[in-house]
Design a binder for this molecule. Structure first.
Ligand code: GLA
Length: 675
């Protein structure tokens, strides 16, 4: 499909929120808009959950309230990111068609009363959703407030995997397209195992709950199917809009570590602007590292272009077991971390805190306490800072390091029967990214097989599933002079989840110069010691170096004597291999050594608690901007010269960034080396 991307002009760095005026009467709308203006809000997402308001009964539309709110926003110059309203079905629809309700893995239905209560493959849901989309697009497609279309909402957040009979039919059609005949499917799924061979398409089911573990290749394809099915729905709504409106179209991704159901690499090209929702999750290790990773991955999905942070929170969320409030200054630091890493807009969920419904304890820009609150003052301060960053819009982030990330590897590696349940794909990704981040290196997150020519260092954590042609992109790039670090659990299976035999590492084996014979994971509480005195956890393996130099070996544990860190000359480049999970300080020194070899440096030198200070450079046509986000409790001194857009101060050679503060320096030209 070739389609011209429509441009989303953020007009500076957009600042905004989800706005749900339907939760209040018009008596608060004037106050809402006046306060939005005070805070500098210029983009609001409305009508996200509008369906039952717009179509209270089948075919009977009521647009009066949405008309009113659109007109008020237009009159005050606030742009609208307009939802199609299809994210949550109205009660009349599920009552008429209970068969469109989604089915869980155990065969039980999920009922209305929450949201997203529909099967993604349901033709009935599709028909009604497209009818509503058409009505909304026709009515508002040329409205002066309209800036951006917001298809559905967080597509697949709750209902990505549906196991009903309608989904089963759709899954079989998807499989028939992919494999053409059943024997090819049998070969791809390895159905010779446990007497699982199929004779007819009709015998094939979604991977519903079983007594034992399920066929991993079937699970993998079900993930692919489910992601494609929802993308199909996105495309259907987007097509309806495109023929009725010129405005750019997107939906909000969930590049945050607990959602793994959609392969966003296959979605990104369909977005006129990539948009992401990000919420801190304290269950995922160091929050500032995960925050930076999610922002870098969002930029990766945007192909390096500016992207939009569609949702994050001013304070606590309400859906974690313990919902932590943000520290003083953390909102500013976190929001500007996204901007530093390429976002040209930062929006919150939501404008005014709900007083009813299951999100009434979720933070908002305008909290329950009202404007006489620290939260509101912080919001206004942030809005002011964002306004002063307008000239940054359109600039792009400099990065000389790439990290290869894959949803397919996530699906395949985290299967039901694996070498160690103690280790997940994301643990490997976060550990590698964390080491790079702590070293102050800016990282582009890229897809397997992506062009690597602009990078000096590439890190490949746990790329469990890899296609030969994608592996060749990496090994050829190394041969041409690149430096790469590949970790264990990479190159284990092909796209059918079939093991590469002859030594693990498969298509990376020769370039790495290592042949892995057996996995030997260890318990979480076991510490492994390496020959260089450093320690590691969770993983070891029995292998031998064929052509690689052994940099460190296992000094104890089940793989004593086997290589733990190796380095292999491959063509003009170097292929490093890591056969364990080093403790963080050791991981940092390893990547620091590789970065030094590859000639990669942080965007600026930092004196202070450098590992807790983000330094990222965005480069525009006329100027470059050094973002310094000091997450530390102590002041940092950064080597830079230029004008700080946040405070207006100037720096000549160095700038003190107080503990917890953010500075954005428009650099004087000679200052912007490093990356
Ligand atoms: C998601 C949704 C919002 C809201 C927030 C709460 O991002 O898109 O509607 O539920 O979560 O964190």
């Amino acid at each position: 499909m070739t389609r011209t991307r429509r441009t989303f002009d953020t007009r500076g760095i957009a600042f905004g929120c989800d706005y749900n005026p339907e939760q209040w009467g018009p008596e608060v709308w004037d106050e809402d808009i006046a306060l939005m203006i005070e805070a500098g809000v210029d983009l609001v997402a409305i009508n996200i959950f509008g369906w039952s308001h717009l179509e209270p009964h089948r075919g009977e539309y009521r647009f009066d309230r949405l008309d009113d709110i659109m007109d008020r926003l237009a009159a005050d110059g606030i742009g609208v990111n307009l939802g199609t309203g299809t994210a949550s079905t109205p009660a009349w629809l599920t009552r008429e068609h209970p068969d469109l309700l989604p089915m869980a893995v155990d065969g039980t239905r999920r009922y209305p009363g929450g949201r997203q209560a529909f099967c993604p493959s349901s033709p009935v849901y599709r028909e009604h959703a497209l009818r509503l989309t058409a009505a909304v697009a026709e009515r508002y497609g040329a409205h002066p407030a309209l800036r951006l279309w917001h298809v559905s909402n967080e597509i697949g957040c709750h209902n990505a995997l549906c196991y009903c009979d309608v989904s089963a039919d759709a899954f079989r059609r998807w499989l028939a397209d992919r494999y053409v005949d059943v024997d090819t499917l049998n070969a791809a799924w390895g159905t010779a195992f446990w007497s699982q061979s199929y004779g007819e398409w009709e015998e094939i089911l979604p991977p519903r709950a079983t007594l034992s573990s399920r066929n991993p290749a079937q699970l993998l394809d079900f993930h692919r199917f489910s992601s494609d099915e929802l993308l199909g729905h996105y495309r259907a709504e987007a097509d309806v809009i495109r023929s009725r409106s010129e405005a750019p179209i997107t939906t909000n991704f969930m590049v945050t570590a607990h959602i793994d159901n959609l392969d966003y690499w296959s979605w990104a090209a369909d977005m006129d602007v990539v948009a992401n929702d990000h919420y801190l999750d304290h269950r995922l290790g160091d929050p500032t590292t995960e925050l930076a990773f999610a922002a870098d991955l969002s930029r990766g999905l945007a192909g390096g272009d500016p992207w939009l942070l569609m949702e994050h929170s001013t304070g606590a969320v309400n859906w974690q077991p313990l919902n932590l409030a943000k520290q003083p200054g953390q909102m500013m630091r976190n929001t500007l971390t996204h901007v530093a890493r390429g976002a040209d807009g930062a929006c919150f969920f939501q404008w005014r805190a709900s007083v009813q419904g299951s999100e009434k304890f979720h933070s908002a820009m305008l909290p329950h306490a009202g404007t006489d609150s620290a939260m509101w003052r912080d919001v206004v301060e942030l809005g002011g800072a964002i306004e002063r960053l307008a000239e940054v819009a359109g600039s792009r982030v400099d990065a000389a390091v790439a990290l290869v990330f894959s949803w397919e590897s996530w699906w395949a590696a985290d299967g039901e029967s694996r070498p160690s349940q103690a280790l997940g794909y994301l643990d490997l990704v976060h550990a590698a990214y964390g080491a790079l981040h702590a070293e102050g290196l800016t990282v582009d997150v890229v897809a397997p097989g992506a062009d690597l020519s602009r990078y000096s260092l590439v890190v490949v954590p746990g790329l469990h599933l890899v296609r030969e042609q994608d592996a060749v992109v990496l090994t050829d790039w190394i041969a041409a002079g690149g430096t790469a670090l590949v970790t264990f659990s990479s190159g284990i299976v092909d796209e059918d989840d079939r093991v590469y035999v002859g030594g693990y590492g498969g298509p990376f084996r020769d370039a790495l110069g290592v042949r892995v014979e057996e996995f030997a994971p260890v318990a979480r509480e076991t510490t492994l010691t390496l020959s260089d005195g450093s320690t590691a956890t969770l993983w070891s393996e029995r292998s031998r170096a064929t052509t690689a130099e052994v940099v460190a070996s296992f000094a104890d544990g089940p793989s004593t004597g086997a290589p733990a860190i190796t380095r292999n000359r491959w063509g003009l480049g170097e292929a490093w291999y890591l056969a364990t999970l080093p403790e963080p300080a050791a991981y940092r020194s390893l990547v620091a050594r590789l970065a030094a070899d590859a000639g990669v440096r942080p965007a600026a030198e930092v004196d202070g608690d450098a590992a807790s200070v983000d330094v990222v450079r965005r480069r525009g046509a006329a100027a470059s901007y050094l973002f310094v986000v000091n997450h530390a409790l102590v002041d940092a001194t950064v080597a830079t010269s230029g004008t700080d857009l946040v405070t207006g101060a100037t720096a000549d050679g160095s700038l003190v960034v107080p503990a917890g503060a953010v500075r954005v320096v428009r650099e004087t030209p000679a200052a912007s080396t490093g990356s």
